[in-house]
Ligand binder design. Structure first.
Ligand code: GDG
Length: 494
């Protein structure tokens, strides 16, 4: 392994590139789709940084390498790690717990042990590639112990953490047998970012209840301990976003517009196309959406000749049992609705259980008169923001669950409580019947909000908070972070 050190290091469970095997059998690297890569790529290039994470295949020992100006540092995960750390503790304990126990979390000590050991592996790798006084940004719930482990090994580092999923209320969080270790793990960071103000509040309350530290929003006072002086940790909301300009650019391209027309045509040019785009996950409220739609058809308030629901359900966590069951339930419901209300020429639900290229997603957004986001709990929900960014024609209606982080910003959507099926049905009808002036007015306001806070704004405000906390902690200025701020202030606004 080389002993190069970097001033800016990002760590996430998955690397920004996936290792794939080409048709001729040679291994290759492909950028993994996703907002985080788009969000951090420009910053990484600017800062000449390193990215620590897993390459997506088990049991692979890979050397660090340079990819398009970013140092990639792969972490090996074994089959056991995948079962216990990833599918177990991350996706079957923390994920359901942090999403308000929509599904029952499993609490297993072997899963926890694996979580501790994989977090330690990440912390060791980060410590090994970080230059003296470097800035490290740790991403998401799979790595909550890393900040503390890293601070113990490298007190010279400035450490940020961002939680992409909700942080639950104390009454729920307190179920976790390892709740204190998690809180202490996170408090190793200088800045802890959350999607919503409410998430940051839940975290601060958990700190007060479990550790008795005093908090003065947004600062948590961590008292002196074992020779380490007292520190102030910032816990506050930094709502994530998307690359708005590039999404709009994509939607404006003639090929995408032509494809949107084609989609409408292929669906038989119904009066209304409704769209849902989600990972096939129980947090997304796909079942609630189908129930409301099925009842509207049953009541005769909607006619299958006039409306089609396109539901993209991209495959997700297929080795976890809860996800297998969910797939069966959703597909049974779709089959029933189509069987009961479809005709030879009109399908009620067009259900697609696969992923699509970004261009196809943009075309679907453009083709959809009504976008349904009915999550029961969602950190942010980027799909809602993508729909708005794609609608350069200032048309289309967004129906948005108030249990998404996005609903804090997108107040001009039709906000719904997905548990209230009658309310959801009324909102769907309102969206279907909405007159053009109201659609335009709402979409205009939504587009203004989405443009104000794009992903560049998100990463820069987080990094600025980190730079400030570094100065406050007396670790001096950081040229890397100061340079980044410079870049942003002078970047042309899109
Ligand atoms: C987590 C949090 C938070 C989906 N299917 C396809 C596809 N996608 C893209 C969407 C969107 C992304 O995946 C999904 O992002 P979401 O925010 O909607 O949801 P999660 O995956 O649950 O993400 C969430 C997010 O992290 C960021 O912090 O907002 O709350 O749960 O960008 O477009 N993209 C393509 N083909 C697909 O089939 N190309």
């Amino acid at each position: 392994m080389s002993d190069e050190r970097y001033d800016f290091v990002v760590a996430s469970n998955r690397l920004p590139v996936d290792r794939v095997i080409d048709d001729d059998g040679t291994p290759n690297w492909r950028p993994s789709p996703g907002g985080l890569v788009t969000a951090l790529e420009p910053v990484m290039r600017e800062a000449d940084g390193a990215w620590v994470g897993w390459a997506g295949q088990p049991d692979l020992e890979l050397e660090p390498f340079d990819w398009d100006g970013i140092r990639i540092v792969p972490i090996k995960l074994t089959d056991d790690d995948l079962e216990n750390f990833y599918e177990g503790f991350s996706n079957d304990t923390l994920w359901p717990l942090y999403h308000d126990v929509i599904a029952p979390p499993g609490y297993h000590r072997v899963w926890w042990d694996s979580y501790v050991s994989v977090n330690q592996r990440f912390a060791n790798a980060i410590a090994a590639v970080s230059a003296p006084g470097a800035t490290v940004w740790v991403q998401d719930y799979q790595l909550q112990l890393v900040p503390r482990m890293l601070r113990q090994a490298r007190p010279d580092l400035t450490i940020g953490f961002f939680n992409h999923i909700p942080f639950p209320a104390y009454g729920i969080f307190s179920q976790l047998p390892w709740r204190t270790q998690i809180i202490e793990g996170l408090l190793g960071a200088d800045v802890i970012g959350f999607q919503r103000v409410a998430d940051a509040g839940n975290f601060s309350r958990a700190v007060r209840r479990l550790l008795g530290y005093s908090t003065k929003n947004p600062v948590i006072e961590v008292p002196a301990r074992g020779g380490v002086p007292k520190r102030g940790v910032i816990a506050r909301a930094f709502p994530i976003s998307i690359d708005v300009a590039s999404f709009e650019h994509l939607a404006r391209s003639p090929a995408v517009q032509a494809r949107a027309e084609q989609i409408r045509h292929d669906l038989g040019n119904p009066k209304t196309i409704m769209l849902g785009v989600d990972r096939l996950d129980y947090t997304k409220g796909i079942g609630h959406r189908l129930k409301a739609f099925g009842e509207l058809l049953e009541d005769g308030r909607l006619k299958v000749e006039d409306i089609t629901l396109v539901q993209v359900a991209s495959p997700s966590r297929e080795r976890v049992e809860t996800y297998r069951q969910l797939r069966d339930e959703i597909e049974l419901t779709v089959g029933r609705i189509n069987g009961d209300y479809g005709t030879i020429s009109h399908q009620a639900v067009s259900y697609l259980h696969h992923g699509f290229p970004r261009e196809e997603m943009a075309a679907l957004y453009l083709a959809a008169d009504v976008m349904l986001v009915t999550a029961l709990r969602d950190g942010m929900n980027l799909v809602a923001k993508e729909y708005v960014a794609a609608r350069f024609d200032v048309d289309g209606v967004l129906v948005l669950s108030e249990f998404t982080g996005a609903s804090d910003e997108l107040r001009s959507a039709l906000l719904i409580n997905p548990h209230d099926i009658d309310g959801l049905k009324d909102a769907i009808l309102r969206a279907v019947d909405m007159a053009r002036p109201e659609r335009r007015k709402r979409m205009k306001a939504l587009r203004r909000r989405v443009r104000e806070n794009d992903v560049n704004h998100w990463s820069q405000s987080f990094l600025r908070a980190l730079a400030e906390s570094r100065r406050d902690a007396g670790r001096g200025a950081d040229d890397t972070l100061d340079d980044l701020e410079w870049t942003v202030e002078r970047a042309p606004r899109s």
